[in-house]
Design a protein around this ligand. Structure first.
Ligand SMILES: [Zn+2]
Length: 230
């Protein structure tokens, strides 16, 4: 390639900058993570949207978040079909092998997936069309509007938490008190996560919330009102 084309390869410059500027400052951390392996405590299931930056939001660094991202931050049903499903495989790996302590499902405002669920997708996007059915129950029987989509984004998060509870390895750990579920709606324009509060049945801004979310089933309360401890 000519020098000119080379100079305009901004991505290559960023790769070099990572290696020469960032890596030397954090070298020990990366080497520890190689020597000891990764032990992230969090599985973060987030929308693929480029404006959602999990590391920034949670103040996390290397080794802290096991990430799964897909269009809409959806969780496929645990239907026993053993399909080629990346998100399902990642959940199994995170829970059974990494033994994460929390699962975050993070949607966000102005989500293209929710908008597409209302407004449709190009005919050629047959896989996307099928995928968006995972949000069908979150879609309101009204015209597409910013308000309807905002509500549906939040409903979709709760729907995925409920679907997670159908994963046997998730349910077992949540009920055993070893795993918590966190439903988040990232309000991009406010720079704030709104957290699903199961008791209130509503989303509460992080600045007002009592916790980062414990999911609808944690702590697990037995029918006699006893809270199970580990
Ligand atoms: Zn999105």
């Amino acid at each position: 390639m000519t020098g000119k084309a080379f100079a305009s390869d901004d991505l290559l410059l960023r790769l070099r900058s990572f290696h020469s500027d960032y890596f030397p400052l954090h070298q020990q951390r990366f080497q520890d993570l190689v020597a000891e392996g990764q032990h992230p405590k969090t599985l973060f299931i987030g929308c693929s949207d480029s404006r959602l930056v999990p590391y920034l939001l949670t103040g996390s660094g290397p080794g802290e978040l096991f990430l799964v991202r897909n269009v809409g931050a959806f969780v496929p049903p645990y239907d026993g079909s053993h399909g080629l499903h990346g998100t399902t495989a990642a959940i199994e790996y995170a829970v059974l092998t990494l033994e994460v302590e929390r699962i975050i499902v993070c949607g966000h405002t102005h989500c293209g997936a929710i908008k597409a669920a209302y407004d449709g997708v190009p005919d050629e996007a047959v896989n996307l069309q099928a995928w968006l059915r995972l949000a069908a129950e979150a879609i309101l029987p009204v015209q597409s509007s910013p308000e309807a989509r905002y509500r549906s984004e939040q409903r979709a998060v709760v729907l995925q938490l409920e679907r997670l509870m159908d994963y046997p390895m998730v349910r077992r750990r949540v009920e055993g008190g070893n795993l918590t579920l966190h439903g988040w709606h990232y309000v991009i324009e406010q720079g704030e996560i709104h957290i699903f509060d199961a008791q209130r049945g509503d989303f509460v801004p992080a600045s007002l919330a009592a916790n980062s979310g414990t999911g609808p089933y944690q702590p697990y309360v037995e029918h006699d009102g006893q809270v199970l401890d580990e």
